[in-house]
Design a protein around this ligand. Structure first.
Ligand code: SAH
Length: 222
């Protein structure tokens, strides 16, 4: 798909390029597929109209339902940690605006994304389809249960923080797969955890960085 970033008349192209150079490549994200995806996806299309001018700032921004579109750097950081390959199947929990799902769709084969707010799921589905991201599938529901119909997933990315790692998500991770998830005892402060599954019954866990995500609300969350 041709991204809006490649159009010569794109008024945001220079700001997008600068965002990638300073905030992403400038902070040691080196994965070429992640950098290319960040250069291609028009973040201004995923924020509310009054915030378009801030779309490439180094910050999260408000979206409807009192939620946020994540800071570009954390999106790139989490996706790079998944070490995805082109044929991979990915599960995202917390579709929000659909921005991270659009980035994932440029890097992996199929993206399954779950959002608990009905309106956000509808908006994201409409937006992703309008912009031509045909390999993203949006589901309205409780993502702490995952999306078992399409499991197992080579990568799982959770964009909201819960008290523990949902058991359903562990089970839906493919052997050899990688999951990144914010986990913490407070609803607004977490540590980003990387989980791998080297064999059927074995998981590893590594703490990456402290983060501040919106709460993961559901049966296996808050
Ligand atoms: N990836 C998003 C960021 C969304 S913020 C983007 O790029 O814009 C996190 C989202 O997680 C919010 O939209 C919130 O509604 C959602 N969320 C919280 N708990 C959830 C759950 N149990 N299942 C699915 N989505 C959930």
């Amino acid at each position: 798909m041709d991204g809006a970033g490649e159009k010569p008349d794109d008024p945001f192209a220079a700001r997008r390029e600068q965002m990638v150079r300073l905030q992403i490549a400038g902070r040691e994200i080196t994965d070429p597929a992640v950098l290319a995806a960040m250069r291609e996806v028009p973040r201004e299309q995923f924020v509310l109209e009054p915030y378009r001018q801030y779309a490439y700032d180094d910050t999260p921004l408000p979206i409807p339902a009192n939620q946020t579109i994540s800071q570009p750097y954390i999106v790139a950081y989490m996706i790079a940690a998944l070490e995805l390959r082109p044929a991979d199947r990915v599960l995202e929990i917390g579709t929000g605006s659909g921005y991270a799902a659009a980035i994932l769709s440029r890097i992996a084969g199929e993206v399954y994304t779950v959002e608990r707010h009905h309106k956000l799921a509808d908006y994201a589905r409409e937006r992703l389809s309008r912009l031509g991201y045909a390999n993203v599938f949006v589901h309205h529901g409780d993502g702490t249960r995952g999306w078992p119909e399409h499991a197992p997933y080579n990568g799982i990315i959770v964009a909201a923080g819960g008290p523990t790692v949902p058991e359903s998500l562990r089970e839906q991770l493919a052997v050899g797969g990688r999951m990144v998830i914010p986990v913490g005892r407070s609803r607004h402060q977490q540590n980003l955890i990387l989980i791998t599954r080297p064999a059927e019954g074995s998981y590893t866990e590594e703490m990456l960085v402290p983060v501040a995500f919106v709460p993961l609300i559901g049966d296996e969350g808050w």
